[in-house]
Design a protein around this ligand. Structure first.
Ligand SMILES: CC(C)(COP(=O)(O)OP(=O)(O)OC[C@H]1O[C@@H](n2cnc3c(N)ncnc32)[C@H](O)[C@@H]1OP(=O)(O)O)[C@@H](O)C(=O)NCCC(=O)NCCS
Length: 447
């Protein structure tokens, strides 16, 4: 059984909001100092090709929670994934970090105490209920509507009760924006398990949903709502899954979109719904669904226990038909994604003999050389999406169309952390300059 938080309330532990209130004035001063010292430094030159090429490599965003190194991978407030696994609080009996702790870390840069993560679990459980009309909205969606579209609709509708939107229309001072952004963000994270669980049970089950348990941590509740709460290993997988999928600096589509939409002072529900719509694309979060489909199609075509040559042939056939190999490549990373490695280690510990895991391992040996030989992809190594589906499938969550919803639940942690800081630091409306091809010709012709 998933471990429950027993009877010690976190009443005397400092709350996250109180800690933020202490940190924000210091950070405002820090940003002022950085801008005074380096504000007129060049961030580097960039070319017309970069404007046509999806702005790769252009440094144009501030993102406090995490920074991605091309070779080393992600660091959350300076900590690698293995460091987070070692240092963040765990539930008694659990061996993966609690996402509650990661959220605290993303916001404050500090590792919380056991009591503080317990306080967050309890607060999220207390805020978890979703309005009746949102339940009905989800229930009225046809089962054929993709779970990500249902997810995005439901999150958009939560804006009905946005504390930020209400405060704004009541004329709140801009210095206070972060407070209601924080409240909405806590509500948003808290309500996601009920939304995800309801979509899952409607699409794949009988629509009946168990209640949130105020004594359980966030991942245990999410697992229960999905129907997998009895498996201690699945609950631990959810903790790891949410932690590693939470944040991947600011330039990826979902993070950047949330930040962009938030810069118009759209509330966290509207901003995060926009993130979800970006996450639902196959080059971004939907890749986890695509990977499992691709791997299963491969298995159906070449059979179980196929030779390396057969696997290689299948990979080449994918490339030759003008498709990407899902789960491989990355816009920033140039090595194996440590989020892939963390999931591989989980699999080696819990399901080393699983045939699908073995196939995923075999693909890992074969694909990078092929992508290098094909000569197009700048990064031939696997990303996070190459591994998540096999773990979920092993525990019985084989509903591929749902995978990106779990990614979305996780990504909320990173997106709202930055939204809170955006409002605390008074970040302005985002508005880069664009040009037409004709304008570029005019600018450079004859020069
Ligand atoms: C993630 C991804 C979108 C990054 O795109 P990017 O930054 O433009 O990548 P690159 O600069 O390496 O792309 C250069 C070329 O290699 C191709 N390429 C990149 N990754 C590839 C892959 N996994 N399989 C086949 N071709 C690939 C690109 O499609 C592009 O081809 P083009 O010039 O014909 O348009 C890309 O690697 C991809 O499509 N991967 C598969 C989908 C996936 O796993 N997404 C999840 C990412 S976390």
């Amino acid at each position: 059984m998933a471990r429950t938080f027993a009877s010690t309330p976190a009443a005397h532990a400092q709350s996250l909001k109180d800690r933020m209130a202490e940190l924000i004035p210091k950070e405002i001063e820090e940003v002022k100092a950085v801008r005074a010292a380096y504000g007129n430094k060049s961030f580097g030159e960039y070319t017309v090709d970069q404007a046509y090429g999806g702005m790769r490599g252009i440094k144009g965003l501030i993102w406090e929670g995490s920074v991605l190194d091309a070779d080393e991978g992600i660091r959350f407030r300076g900590k690698t994934i293995p460091e987070c696994q070692a240092e963040l609080p765990k539930a008694p009996g659990g061996s993966e970090p609690l996402p509650e702790g990661l959220f605290w870390l993303l916001l404050t840069g500090e590792v919380p105490t056991q009591e503080q993560v317990q306080g967050l679990s309890q607060e999220w459980a207390a805020r978890a209920a979703i309005p009746k009309f949102v339940e009905e909205l989800i229930d009225r969606c046809p089962n054929t509507l993709h779970p990500m579209s249902q997810f995005s609709l439901a999150v958009t509708a939560l804006n009905h009760d946005s504390a930020f939107a209400k405060a704004y229309s009541n004329g709140v001072h801009k210095k206070e924006y972060w407070k209601t952004t924080f409240d909405d963000s806590m509500d948003l994270i808290a309500k996601l398990p009920n939304i995800a669980g309801r979509i899952f049970r409607n699409v794949y089950g009988d629509g009946k949903l168990p209640a949130i348990d105020a004594n359980k941590d966030y991942s245990a509740n999410l697992a229960t709502l999905l129907g997998f709460g009895e498996s201690k290993e699945f609950v631990d997988l959810m903790r790891l899954y949410i932690t590693i999928h939470s944040d991947h600096e600011g330039g990826n589509v979902s993070a950047h979109t949330g930040h962009l939409v938030g810069s118009a002072l759209s509330d966290p529900f509207l901003s995060f719904a926009a993130s979800l719509n970006g996450l639902a694309g196959p080059l971004h979060g939907l890749a986890n669904q695509e990977v499992l489909r691709w791997v299963q199609k491969m298995r159906a075509q070449i059979g179980e226990g196929a030779s390396d040559d057969k696997v290689a042939e299948y990979v080449w056939s994918t490339l030759k038909s003008g498709q990407v190999v899902p789960g491989y490549g990355h816009a920033v990373l140039r090595k194996t994604d440590p989020r892939y490695t963390a999931q591989r280690e989980f699999a080696l510990k819990h399901l080393p003999e699983d045939p699908l895991f073995k196939l995923v391992g075999q693909i890992y040996k074969i694909v990078p050389d092929i992508l290098l030989e094909a000569g197009k992809a700048k990064n031939p190594w696997p990303n996070v999406d190459a591994h998540s589906g096999v773990l979920l499938t092993y525990y019985g969550l084989h509903h591929q169309d749902f995978y990106t919803v779990l990614f979305g639940v996780s990504r909320a942690f990173g997106v709202v952390s930055q939204l809170i800081w955006d409002r605390a630091l008074g970040m302005p409306l985002e508005r880069p300059k664009s040009y037409s091809t004709a304008a570029i010709k005019k600018m450079f012709e004859g020069k």
